[in-house]
Design a protein around this ligand. Structure first.
Ligand code: NAG
Ligand code: NAG
Ligand code: NAG
Ligand code: NAG
Length: 399
């Protein structure tokens, strides 16, 4: 390909993106108060969690032991305090026989496992100004702009109020940097432009690879603890799922942000996969136990804001594990919190039978909270059907 041709393609991509986003931004320009500063707000995130006298007091000390004199003192840094990346490979490992026997991507993971936090490239502290009822955080990668676009048009649409005076619903996308060198320069400019228009992208300076999804998890929890201490609830999910926000809000209506709420599609007694050809293969040298603690499918789960902040501190006591949703299950185990299973979360697919009629049945989607997996055209189509003229039988309701 000639350089000239590449430039032309890039310019036209930029231009069409710009048009698309300009139209959307114009449509959304009637909600300016999203960027206003927070009024003196209630200190929900600081209230005591339900006390449990039997719980051992660990490294992170439960909040009931440390009653803060002021709201500010109980918090860690209030800005992202990681500004440089200076993390070299852990060469201690290279000489060990068990390490040399591992597949290259596990070696890569282990060599950099101690590199815990990276600088923020794109930040939006204002997303948590004012009273935020539900923060929707979506794992995404730089190249998949179309998925972000579909989500902004459907379940990621922001509301100034979640209804009944409960505070706002805000959406953020969580990104690392592109893992392919050639993607970096071009896509980074597009991303910066996209972010100037929508203002909804958090990006950190680590490679967006499958094993680094755990880094994304811990970076998000740290971000939440830093910038979003008062959020009531958090939904975290993938960018290829269908979410029904009305059902999420209905489910949350009688929950309290102080509860140990962690709900999703829960796997119990799952065993590490030992077949080498599987995406989720884990060698015995990395995890030797027979089964994992209970964990929620990463496709989409809900948690209370207070619990999310405690999870940040719990996760900090553990070494990173390459599978992000399992890792979060390990953090929950540290806190002694059991995740709750809910029928409305179908993050491991609806029916094992791919041809099942349920996969295309809008009444089914209307009754669910989260369903895996839909690509942008399917998501837009299903969203239209679910919010259109639909008559459904009653027995499909699961809430
Ligand atoms: C990065 O780390 C290396 C070794 O740990 C050290 O020698 C070097 O001075 C550090 N560089 C910066 C910029 O901090
Ligand atoms: C490598 O080993 C040395 C000595 O045991 C230790 O001090 C150092 O922290 C280790 N490096 C890493 C990255 O774990
Ligand atoms: C995770 O990101 C860091 C920082 O970019 C990189 O050094 C490391 O190799 C990545 N790990 C994996 C397993 O991709
Ligand atoms: C909804 O469905 C009814 C009955 O099928 C039909 O008469 C009506 O025109 C539809 N309305 C819309 C907005 O599609």
């Amino acid at each position: 390909m000639s350089q000239q041709w590449k430039r032309t393609v890039y310019k036209s991509v930029c231009l069409s993106l710009a048009l698309l986003v300009a139209v959307t931004v114009f449509q959304h320009s009637d909600t300016p108060n999203q960027f206003l500063h927070r009024p003196p707000s209630p200190t929900l995130g600081l209230q005591k969690p339900p006390g449990n006298p039997l719980k051992p007091v660990g490294f992170w000390k439960t909040p009931q032991d440390v009653v803060p004199p002021t709201a500010e003192a109980s918090r860690g840094p209030q800005v992202w305090d990681v500004t440089t990346t200076n993390c070299s490979a852990n060469t201690n490992l290279s000489h060990q026989a068990w390490f040399q026997g591992l597949e290259p991507h596990f070696q890569q993971f282990l060599l950099y496992r101690h590199c815990r936090y990276f600088p923020l490239l794109l930040n939006h502290p204002e997303k948590c100004h004012g009273e935020v009822y539900l923060l929707v955080a979506v794992k995404s990668v730089v190249t998949q702009h179309d998925r972000r676009e579909a989500i902004r048009q459907t379940w990621g649409r922001e509301w100034a109020s979640a209804g009944r005076g409960r505070g706002a619903v805000r959406t953020l996308f969580l990104l690392g940097s592109p893992s392919k060198q050639e993607e970096r320069a071009h896509y980074q400019q597009l991303l910066a432009y996209e972010d100037r228009l929508y203002g909804d992208i958090l990006q950190w300076d680590f490679l967006d690879s499958f094993f680094n999804l755990t880094l994304k998890e811990v970076h998000f929890l740290k971000w939440l603890d830093t910038y979003c201490p008062d959020v009531h609830f958090v939904f975290k999910g993938d960018d290829d799922v269908f979410v029904n926000p009305a059902n999420l809000l209905e489910f949350l209506a009688d929950r309290r942000p102080q509860e140990d709420l962690f709900v999703g599609d829960i796997l119990r007694h799952a065993r590490p996969i030992r077949r080498r050809d599987n995406k989720y293969y884990i060698p015995g040298s990395l995890y030797s136990k027979a089964s994992y603690p209970p964990y929620a499918g990463g496709g989409g789960f809900l948690m209370a804001g207070g619990l999310a902040r405690r999870l940040h501190h719990a996760c900090d006591t553990l070494e990173l594990y390459p599978i992000d949703d399992v890792f979060l299950g390990m953090c929950l185990e540290v806190l002694g919190v059991q995740p709750t299973a809910h029928e409305g979360f179908k993050t491991f697919g609806i029916s094992r039978n791919r041809a099942s009629r349920l996969n295309k049945e809008p009444c089914f989607f209307r009754s669910m909270l989260v369903v895996h997996k839909l690509l942008p055209p399917e998501l837009l189509a299903m969203w239209g059907l679910v919010h259109g003229n639909l008559t459904c039988a009653r027995q499909l309701r699961v809430l």
